[in-house]
Design a protein. Structure first.
Lengths: 140, 140
DNA sequence: AACCTCTTTGGAAAGATTCTAACTTTAGAA
DNA sequence: TTCTAAAGTTAGAATCTTTCCAAAGAGGTT
């Protein structure tokens, strides 16, 4: 509930009615930095709200993505999409050994190809895969 | 059938038996630069091979991805995954107006965050969204 | 030919997401 | 406060994509 107030304000700012469920879900997305799946969100919130339905979680994250309050990440997971409430352009690194997902900064001068002159870039998705330092240590 | 021979050689190189269907599908992926979905592939090849099964297309693209001959792209499309036989690291730009997908070069010095020191990067996925020059013209 | 292995097929099944219709809550007017 | 219309939620059915599986097919070897 750390980001409850912030969630309500953001929802209002984006003209989305701040219903209890929407606030809960956005609050959760803002406070956790684990890039959860729909099922992660559902499971986490079910404890406090046993009446919550999966459909509401789907409806809500879809709405949040639609208005631009949340980003959907599909490449990271083989099956389920993941969600990120951090709007700033940043990259994701997934360690293929431990499965952890790390955020990292992406320079704005990412565009280095002359080909992209004339293109208007709205969103940038950067996703790397490899091995994290921890897992690198273990193997060496 | 332009890349048939190349497809056969690549399959052999990656220790995948070059069956008729696999050659067809890889040939198609190599010759078209549209980043097709499974259904695109299936529909396109069905004309010449009416016995082809959807399951075979799934099996084949999964095998090709598994051995590393083809890349799967999930973020581009809301629903279906897309496939790309171009193995060189490159970015994708999708125009939100016309839906076209453009390839562009990505500089190797993409990693600019100190945070990524100590990480071993194996694969890089870069996906931008925005408006292409053509569609930019139309609106202005 | 008989046998072995790898591949494809087609249908069933699973898994994720969306749709639908009934029910509940909200916001604003009376 | 009470009423009403609109918006949101629920549960389950439906749909859509993808995988699984068992049977049939193709090729190669004894
Ligand atoms: Mn993130
Ligand atoms: Mn490409
Ligand atoms: Zn790791
Ligand atoms: Zn365009």
């Amino acid at each position: 509930m750390k980001y409850q107030q912030q969630a309500i304000e953001k929802l209002k700012e984006y003209d989305v009615h701040p219903s209890i469920q929407r606030v809960m879900i956005l609050d959760y997305l803002l406070s956790c930095n684990v890039h959860p799946t729909v099922d992660d969100i559902y499971s986490a919130l079910l404890k406090d709200t046993p009446t919550l339905s999966r459909a509401t979680v789907y409806n809500t994250v879809n709405k949040l993505v639609e208005v631009g309050l949340v980003r959907q990440l599909k490449d990271i997971d083989k099956k389920e999409a993941r969600y990120d409430a951090c709007l700033e352009t940043h990259g994701h690194f997934k360690c293929v050994k431990c499965g952890k997902i790390f955020d990292f900064k992406v320079c704005d001068k990412l565009i280095l190809d002359k080909k992209l002159e004339g293109f208007t870039v709205n969103t940038k998705t950067v996703y790397f895969q490899g091995v994290c330092p921890e897992c690198n240590k273990v193997n060496s």
